[in-house]
Design a binder for this molecule. Sequence first.
Ligand code: COA
Length: 533
Amino acid sequence: MPTLASHIDPKGTLFIGNQDAYAGLLATLRGRQAFVVQGGRDRSIERHRARGKYLPRERIDMVVDPGTPFLELSTLAGFGQYDDQAPGAAIVTGIGIVHGCPCMFIANDATVKGGSLLPASIKKHIRAQQIALENRLPTLYLVDSGGAFLPLQDEVFPDKDHFGGTFYCQARMSAAGLPQLSVVLGGCTAGGAYVPALSDEVIIVEGIGRIFLGGPPIVKAALGEIVDPDELGGAELHTLESGVADHIAYDEPEAYAKLRDSVAHLNQPPVPTPPQPSRPPLHSTEELGGVVNHDARIPFDIREIIARIADASEFQEFKPRYGDSIVTGTAHVHGYPVGLIGNNGIIFSSAALKATHFIEMCNQRGIPILFLQNTSGYMVGRDAEAGGIAKDGAKMVASVANSTVPKLTVLVGGSYGAGNYGMCGRGFQPRFLFAWPNSRIATMSAETAQTVLVDIRRGGLDRDQVDEEQLEKIRSEVADQYETQSDPYYATSRIWDDGLIEPSQTRAVLGLCLALAARAPGDDAPRYRVFRM
Ligand code: COA
């Protein structure tokens, strides 16, 4: 099998400068993630612990198989929003292994706004459910939530994919044969009561878990009754009298042991063994930060990334002499087969056609596709238009949309314009989409946007109306807006991706995603032949 050679000099000044710059990006990422996990809410964490309760990541740790990886999703959801008062959007989601079975975890963080669901929390919750549905994962809800975040009720309650959408997904997932299990660890009030109530099986922890449609204040207001929360909806009531919960646990560790026992009896398929043994790349994954040029205007060869992700750096490149602004080929990652499509700059017609042809072949052969995005989009200009870039780009976009094999996307650089679509951006529903902390996502770069918008404004004015000072102000505002909005933290905060990952973690993350893809390979191949492009 051909292997990729690296043309990077790890002792060269360019590489060392890039790696130093990337170390700064990683320090920022790690600092922000650490804040989400523990920062800025000492008082509420203390209060939580004083009640004998555990934090959500500690809870997950008690459920997963010891020593197995946990893939946390959208850790920085809500970052920079809500006056920075909602780290992680008050919820932890991710995939962990329980008795060999991959499971989706959705765990409320009661130390943030009582675990109530803000707009970003709802989006994160529903995204986790979508991932579980597509990858056929049982879902484990660790419920400790004040329900809808009431001050923003208009943004979390009434619309499709708002609070009701989480229950809709839960019912549909159960109908699709995907087990839904809950552990009740806090007050589940009103809407919140439906998470356990819609679960296939419910464990409730005595003393802390409560389920009621109306809590004590509502009962007092409506009926004039004064009632103790445990009498109204505690573990004794629900396991002895109402049957709303199925199992009682007397503390959290006991609840997680019971949850593990339940998962062991779900009769779900485990993670399959890969068809080949996993072999490390010939070039270190630790070098990836040095491969990416700190100055985004200087291109880098996507093969340098593939060489540090693929097993043994082996890569069966397809059409290496044609359409060279896209690189296509097959490889294995942690023993699982994958088709790679990576950008080397602007997408020309030939590259779009090559990618389309390759996507068709991956579909016929049942090979999942990984898109490595680093593009400013499709080529523009008279020559490109005359060459039919619009129809060739559309062929690529359509083949991505109609692809039936699992798709994965990683933003390793720029993700601009329709390049985002053709390279399987969020709108094209990859099973997972991750981004590196150097990535950028927008309709166009800040540099292009300021020129375009100023020119549009200038074109609408008569010559004597042109006010250069005013235009300069517009230019600077547009530049600021595009800089802010194309920042990866802006994107991840809004859950346009499933999380920011470090370059050196990429191979491990992709290995897990490909293992899940092998376990749930998706629909049948489309019923057409491979068209040569
Ligand atoms: N919307 C907005 N904020 C909420 C909230 C909600 N549904 N539930 C809790 N909070 C906030 C509180 O305002 C408080 O915010 P702060 O940290 O800025 O002061 C924080 O969460 C902690 O709430 P607190 O009541 O002090 O904590 P607790 O642990 O004693 O009780 C709950 C937690 C969830 C049991 C309790 O707050 C509660 O019953 N909330 C309302 C539940 C409800 O009726 N939901 C309607 C669902 S449709």
